[in-house]
Ligand binder design. Structure first.
Ligand code: ATP
Ligand code: MG
Length: 349
């Protein structure tokens, strides 16, 4: 606008002055308005800056507050962790001490068990050899009694009446019985004294041989014998043969009064363990007395009905124990009996 005014220059200087004054007035008012505008903006900006500074201060103090809080919490947490660590250390120490104590108690216990076992084994061995030598030594005087009573019978029998001869016969039969008991004791003793030799044993074959022996010894008996095929075990053949003789012999004997005697030898396999069994349908027994079955000289039936010394099952139990196994029985009076046994590690079906 000023440039236009300057290009259209009036000729009259007064007019020019008036024009210039008017222009100046306009410019002045513009400058004034600009200055006012500037003032206003400066004020606004100053107010804005003040507000921003206040905000900044507030934020700063908040930050400071937060930092303090955080520091406090970190300190508290650190103290808690330190306490927990100390407690944990205490606990670990206590446990280690307790473990040490248990270990030492266990070692002590093991040592005492070992000592006790060794003592018991020694006492057992002593008792065994005592029983063995007593049984052995009793045989000679017994043979003497038998020999002298026979001499008495032969040389002086005619001097005695029937009653005297009867007494002498009883003496001789009691001597025979005592001799059988001593033999049985020696057999029992041998089971624990002899060295055990492990090998693969065909139990079915062993049972079949025992069956033959029984049939030859008792041709009058008619007994059905069922023997499962292919039963084997790792064991001592001498001990296992004695076991088969006793168990099958018992089954044979205690079915003596049966119309249709039946004996079964078999096995079951459960979770890798083979359980062998000998079952019969004979006279059976009362389970209330089952715990006595395996003790030496314990008999559940009368000798007049079923002869025997009561040593067979004790022998069987020792044989099984020497193989690291166990034996148990189930019976029902007049309805038969089953003898189960397992042999320790390494036996197959
Ligand atoms: N299969 C069976 N059925 C019923 N009872 C049995 C059977 N086997 C054993 N018993 C009972 O257990 C007792 C002990 O048996 P064990 O074999 O030790 O002695 P035993 O056969 O009488 O005599 P031994 O075997 O010394 O000749 C027997 O007298 C009998 O009462
Ligand atoms: Mg027997």
């Amino acid at each position: 606008m000023g440039a236009e005014a300057l290009t259209a220059t009036p000729a009259d200087p007064r007019e020019r002055i008036a024009g210039l004054e008017a222009e100046l007035a306009v410019t002045n008012s513009e400058v004034l308005s600009l200055v006012l505008d500037m003032d206003e903006r400066v004020e606004e900006r100053t107010a804005e800056l003040g507000a921003a500074q206040e905000e900044l201060q507030r934020t700063n103090s908040e930050l400071l507050q937060l930092t303090l809080e955080l520091e406090n919490r970190v300190a508290a947490r650190t103290a808690e962790l330190a306490a927990a660590n100390a407690a944990l250390r205490d606990e670990v120490t206590r446990r280690r001490e307790a473990e040490e104590e248990v270990r030492s108690l266990n070692a002590d216990l093991e040592r005492r068990v070992e000592e006790r076992t060794a003592e018991l084994a020694a006492v057992n061995k002593e008792l065994e050899s005592f029983a063995y030598s007593v049984s052995h030594d009793l045989r000679a005087p017994l043979r003497g009694i038998d020999g002298w009573s026979q001499a008495l019978l032969e040389d002086c029998g005619h001097l005695l009446d029937d009653q005297g001869n009867g007494y002498l016969a009883t003496v001789r039969s009691e001597v025979r019985r005592m001799s059988q008991l001593i033999d049985a004791l020696l057999r029992l003793s041998r089971v624990t004294r002899t060295e055990i030799r492990l090998e693969q044993v065909d139990l079915s074959e062993l049972a079949r041989a025992v069956e033959c022996e029984l049939r030859v010894a008792h041709p009058d008996r008619s007994v059905e014998v069922a023997i499962a095929l292919g039963l084997t075990a790792v064991g001592d053949v001498v001990l296992l043969r004695a076991l088969a003789r006793n168990l099958l012999g018992n089954a044979w004997k205690f079915t003596g009064q049966c119309q249709q005697a039946r004996i079964e030898f078999g096995a079951t396999l459960d979770a890798g363990t083979t359980t062998y069994f000998v079952r019969d349908n004979g006279v059976g027994f009362d389970m209330a007395h089952a715990s006595r079955l395996f003790a030496p000289f314990q008999r559940l039936h009368r000798a007049e009905e079923f002869p025997g010394t009561g040593i067979g099952l004790a022998t069987v139990q020792r044989s099984v124990a020497r193989h690291g196994g166990r034996i148990w029985a189930e019976g029902v009076p007049e309805a038969g009996a089953t003898f189960y046994f397992v042999l320790g590690g390494g036996n197959g079906g």
